[in-house]
Design a protein around this ligand. Structure first.
Ligand SMILES: Nc1ncnc2c1ncn2[C@@H]1O[C@H](COP(=O)(O)OP(=O)(O)OP(=O)(O)O)[C@@H](O)[C@H]1O
Ligand SMILES: [Mg+2]
Length: 228
């Protein structure tokens, strides 16, 4: 399988301390990769580099075989809007908008008409079990409901790649499974490549493969090697 998203030799420092020290990671269409590692090991930083939210100090990021790391901010934003979905660890939905307005945003910004955008957003919210919250302001829903709305927004425009940073972090087992099934379903049904950061083995078990980060590098025996 050829990679749709590939990071090669990624290095990144905040100040003097390197956070990532030469990380290679790739994901193919239809594949779900779990990124694991202790708090502070650089998982979020890696996702931000892969999404073009941060530029690496060294190394490259390729989307469908083309380098994106050295593009302008504007070009990288356009790529994120059209070809990537991102679920942030600490959320980045718009509190003043309703839940459904937040979810349809990527569609509206790329020219989908209001009617179809609304129905696709509602269908995705339904899949994630929060369609009953659709018309409420984001600022009025619970953390777990907002998190599911964030996942719906990351998937609604059927991106080639979804990067999800602890998307089940504030969810109970049942709603966490709705999120995981939506992500795995996008991989299976639409060939979306999914990169999923998690601390939980239960969550990682949904992945086809996992990548373990320690001290800025990829290490160790993948969990997948220990499963049949
Ligand atoms: N904007 C920033 N400025 C300075 N240091 C940062 C910044 N973002 C992250 N760091 C540092 O980089 C290191 C890696 O952070 P990162 O958020 O990537 O870790 P993580 O693996 O996602 O951790 P967690 O599991 O707690 O979310 C940490 O030591 C963190 O303090
Ligand atoms: Mg993190």
């Amino acid at each position: 399988m050829s990679a749709v998203l590939r990071g090669t030799g990624l290095r990144h420092s905040f100040g003097a301390t390197p956070v990532l020290d030469g990380v290679d990671v790739h994901v193919a269409s239809g594949e779900v990769v779990a990124v694991m590692g202790p708090s502070g090991s650089g998982k979020s930083t890696l996702l931000h580099l892969l999404a073009g939210l941060l530029r690496p100090d060294a190394g490259t990021v390729e989307l469908a075989g083309e380098r994106i790391d050295h593009l302008s901010d504007r070009a990288r934003s356009q790529i994120r809007l059209t070809r990537l979905g991102f679920v942030f660890q600490f959320g980045d939905l718009v509190p003043e908008l309703t839940v459904v307005e937040n979810v349809e945003l990527p569609l509206r910004l790329t020219g989908t008409r209001p009617g179809p955008a609304r129905s696709r957003a509602l269908a995705m919210l339904d899949r994630l079990g929060v369609v009953d919250q659709a018309e409420r302001r984001l600022s009025a829903v619970s953390g777990g409901q907002a998190q599911r709305a964030a996942v719906a927004r990351a998937l609604v425009h059927r991106p080639a790649v979804v990067l999800a940073d602890e998307p089940t972090g504030s969810l109970d087992t049942v709603t966490g499974e709705l999120v995981l099934e939506a992500l795995v379903g996008a991989a299976r049904d639409q060939g979306t490549a999914v990169v999923l950061v998690t601390h939980e083995l239960r969550v990682a078990s949904y992945a086809s493969r996992d990548v373990q980060l320690r001290d800025g590098r990829v290490v160790g025996v993948p969990l997948a090697a220990t499963r049949s």
